[in-house]
Design a protein around this ligand. Structure first.
Ligand SMILES: [Zn+2]
Length: 293
């Protein structure tokens, strides 16, 4: 048995001009799974989404949070996976029924499903891109997005089970005329099996797969489960209902409004005194959330 750290490795196949990213997040994944009992047919999508969004943080320049969100009308209604630039990850999913294990994205999320990638910057404007659901898995859909919107050839390998979650991304860097390097890297990546991807630590896997290539390996980045929820944010949500509705909710819920975080399970409770303090605090600053009746 090997014990592994949760980490992300970025590497460059120098001769081939291909960028690679590998992530392994067993401990962070087990913390995501602790929250609820996910059936395997749901869990596999959450694992794919969380590994993919974490891999993508290494291909983008940003200092905030990257979210992968699928909203649909199929077996799974809503899935959100997020990774921050400093390696924090979290994810949650709501489902109607467990999709078949071999379901395609369109079958699992429905014909009208919408996959969005949202970059929330610590400072500056948010960016949102819409990804068309296609192929056999989320990696195929995301590869299609990179090709269409960025003209970048990209491949994803994603694998997870009840204990392990891992992924690898290869991306051909721009300004490269020679197609051969990319084809070679893609073929080498294609020899990777899910079990090998889940069971091997990043450095070993990268060296093994690309031992004939000129590999430049960057320092690993630590990955950890981190939830950005707070009492302040949940309080703002309550205030967002508007004072009438918030007071009504307080009565309906027996004198205490409980807000549960979908990502980490933390509960934030607000009694009547808390609520009035919240409403007073937010009424004065021009906050326009909610409607007053
Ligand atoms: Zn939370």
């Amino acid at each position: 048995m090997t014990t592994s750290k949760d980490e992300l490795n970025v590497f460059l196949l120098e001769q081939s001009n291909v960028r690679g990213v590998h992530v392994r997040m067993d401990e962070a994944w087990s913390q995501v799974l602790q929250r609820r009992d996910y059936p395997a047919g749901v869990r596999q999508w959450l694992g794919q989404a969380l590994a993919a969004v974490t891999l993508m943080t290494a291909t983008l320049k940003f200092d905030g949070k990257l979210s992968l969100q699928v909203q649909g009308d199929g077996d799974i209604n809503l899935m959100v996976a997020q990774a921050t630039a400093d390696g924090g990850v979290r994810a949650t999913v709501e489902w109607e029924r467990e999709p078949h294990m071999s379901a395609t994205p369109l079958e699992a999320f429905g014909e009208r499903a919408r996959l969005s990638l949202i970059i929330s910057q610590a400072a500056g404007e948010d960016y949102q891109g819409v990804v068309e659901l296609s192929g056999d898995n989320l990696g195929d859909s995301l590869a299609g997005y990179f090709k269409q919107s960025e003209q970048l050839l990209t491949r994803f390998w994603l694998a997870s089970d009840g204990n392990r979650n891992a992924g690898m991304l290869l991306q051909r860097l721009p300004d490269e005329e020679d197609q051969e390097g990319w084809s070679r890297a893609e073929v080498l990546g294609g020899t990777l099996f899910s079990e090998e991807l889940m069971a091997t630590d990043g450095k070993t896997l990268i060296r093994r797969l690309f031992h004939e290539e000129d590999v430049r390996l960057h320092d690993p980045r630590e990955i950890a489960f981190k939830c950005g929820c707070s009492r302040e944010k949940c309080g703002a949500m309550v205030v967002g209902l508007g004072s009438e509705d918030a007071r009504e909710l307080l009565i309906e819920s027996g004198g205490e409004i409980n807000v549960d975080c979908e990502f980490c399970g933390s509960r934030y409770s607000f009694d009547g005194i808390d609520l009035e303090a919240l409403l007073r605090g937010d009424m004065g600053d021009g906050s326009e959330n909610g409607t007053l009746q």
